[in-house]
Design a protein around this ligand. Sequence first.
Ligand code: CUA
Length: 325
Amino acid sequence: MRALLVLAGLLLLAAGLAPAALGGNGGFAPVTPESPNAERIHDTWIFVSIFIVAIFVLVEVLLVTFIWRYRRQRRERFEDGPQIHGTTSIELMWTVAPVVILFLIGGFVFYKLPGIADVPRASASGEERLVVRVTGRQYYWQYEYPNGAVAIDKLRAPAGVPVRLEVTAPDEDVIHSWWIPALGGKIDAIPGVTNETWFEAKRPGTYDGQCAELCGLEHATMLASVEVLLAAEFAAWLAERGRGRASIELGEEEWRGACAKCHGLGGEGGIAPQITGSPVLADREALEEIVRNGRGEMPAVGSGWSEEQVDALIAYLRESPPSGS
Ligand code: CUA
């Protein structure tokens, strides 16, 4: 009776998990790829998984069969079974099969690799690809577009256009790792080094990711997302950001990305002190000094920021000063 209950419980659990595992990923399977490079990574995962599952099943079936078939039965406890020395055919099989499998996997990966790693050239129709500089910093992502537009943490990109990312980190920072699983593999953001990766999102939507290299206390809050817009919407956003008209919007991104992760969204304090009501927040000169150079434990989160970026932060803080909760 108890065994039946346990079985029923397990079946219910399986029924609950199955849709998550098969349909909406639910964390059990990789996310659905939305870019050609991510698709090739996914293909490779499936190809390798076929061998993994087959080998797992083979080994477990043999294990259980042998345990059952060659169990002691009525043999005396210390009596040995028949001794077998060498079987050429089986030895050949377990040598040749792994070699063949490794060659197949290696061949498949090398076949897929260029389509994952190489940034596609602009198409024959002259369609311009977009280049964005991605800088990983403790603990936010900064994006710089060719027209001078800047954004923090959320990267906007047009659908159907190859986007080349130049991923780096400032000299005085640490290593981070850019990773939006639906749009391709990880690429490290290394101080003083520029790594390249790319994506070409098929359709509009928001694709989430996370800094994938342990980079300090607030590593877990170093989220990233890519908002893919229709080409016209993206062009409008880019033009507006580039002209500095959206400075309050940029200021809010900076507050959330560079300040609030340590000081709290309302400035109420977190791993860094409470700053609600601090006169520095309304004093452009004092704010610029501390943001550019840091103070005490506080790192220079805004070293290298443009004047417009400092203006944007002060404009946002004057419009909506953090209220403490
Ligand atoms: Cu940046 Cu983890």
